[in-house]
Design a protein around this ligand. Structure first.
Ligand code: NAI
Length: 302
């Protein structure tokens, strides 16, 4: 059985929805949990300590250990204070699940730049601030598991979600580099791309039978696995919804190589554009920065 005894976990936005389920599952398997939530509305207004307090009470009632934290992830001080709560209460930080989130949907034609900054503040910077505060502790102790919460709105795009989607894909970029930098110290960084019926998705007008299958607790087993000692994957984005799981990844096509010594014309690119973009011949291109440059140059010599 996969367990988390002796491990200390921080779950942001754990007062409701997916974060609550992640926190309950980790605690039920022995983790000590910091339940962070500022208790605001879906669009990020207001605040209330009761959301986090209720989940702490649930964990304790089930025999687990947890403390609440009410800081916002969206400030540097907040991110640092959330991680400090784990250190002060339980003496270490092993697991970080960056889950806190808000929505301010609008088509790009009507986009409000204040909304962009607000949404980036919670999703991208909130993830960054918490990960940054936890990073040195995890690397120093030679163990860490971090899960960021991305979205299909970022990896695939979704009408009306330009602010949210771009913030969600930003954290995939952060993961790609942290997965490389954390490797030598057994710090693994992955993303979950969930689908679940929560207050965030409850009014999207989806079919009722379909919505009934989207239980948030069906996402948490994948998140918990990514947080476990048993997980040796880093830099993966796992999709999870209604008990179905998969992986989303960046690929680069095999493409085309012209002779760099002879230069390349616009017409050559146009002529070979179908081959350049042919997705039937593509390979994963992360982790690592080089891509296919050397491989294509080598093909010239053959
Ligand atoms: P939710 O609205 O039930 O939970 C989000 C929680 O984050 C709330 O309890 C809220 O108070 C908290 N929060 C918001 N701003 C915060 C801040 N600045 N600091 C601390 N806590 C804050 O929504 P849900 O669905 O559980 O979302 C969890 C995560 O999953 C979010 O990042 C969301 O974007 C992501 N997601 C959810 C999907 C779904 O189908 N429900 C799909 C794709 C991604």
């Amino acid at each position: 059985m996969i367990r988390f005894d002796g491990r200390v976990a921080v779950v942001t936005g754990a007062g409701a929805g997916l974060g609550r389920e992640h926190a309950l599952l980790l605690a039920s398997r022995g983790a000590k949990v910091v339940v962070n939530d500022l208790g605001g509305s879906v669009s990020g207004e207001g605040g209330n300590s009761s959301a986090a307090d209720k989940v702490v009470a649930e964990i304790k009632a089930a025999g687990g250990e947890a403390v609440a934290n009410y800081d916002s992830v969206a400030t540097r001080e907040g991110g640092a204070a959330i991680i400090q709560t784990a250190l002060d209460s339980f003496g270490r930080i092993d697991i970080l699940i960056c889950n806190a989130g808000v929505l301010r949907d609008k088509s790009f034609a009507k986009a409000d730049l204040d909304d962009f900054e607000f949404v980036f503040g919670v999703h991208y910077f909130g993830t960054l601030y918490c990960a940054h505060a936890a990073w040195k502790h995890m690397n120093a102790q030679g163990f860490g598991r971090i899960v960021f919460t991305t979205s299909i709105a970022g990896t695939s795009g979704n009408f009306g979600q330009s602010n949210y989607g771009s913030a969600k894909l930003g954290m995939v970029g952060l993961m790609n580099t942290l997965a490389i930098e954390g490797q030598k110290n057994n710090v693994k960084v992955n993303c979950i791309s969930p689908g679940a019926l929560t207050r965030m998705t409850g009014n999207l007008g989806m079919d009722e039978d379909f919505m009934a299958k989207l239980k948030p607790g069906l996402v948490s087993p994948a998140v918990a696995y990514l947080c476990s000692e048993e997980c040796d994957v880093s830099g993966a984005t796992i999709t999870a919804a209604a008990g179905g799981f998969g992986r989303v990844h960046m690929f680069e096509t095999r493409g085309v190589q012209f002779d760099p010594a002879k230069g390349v014309t616009i017409e050559q690119v146009a002529e070979r554009f179908d081959d350049i973009t042919d997705l039937t011949r593509a390979d994963p291109c992360t982790p690592g920065a080089e891509g296919k440059i050397q491989e294509r140059l080598d093909s010239l010599a053959r």
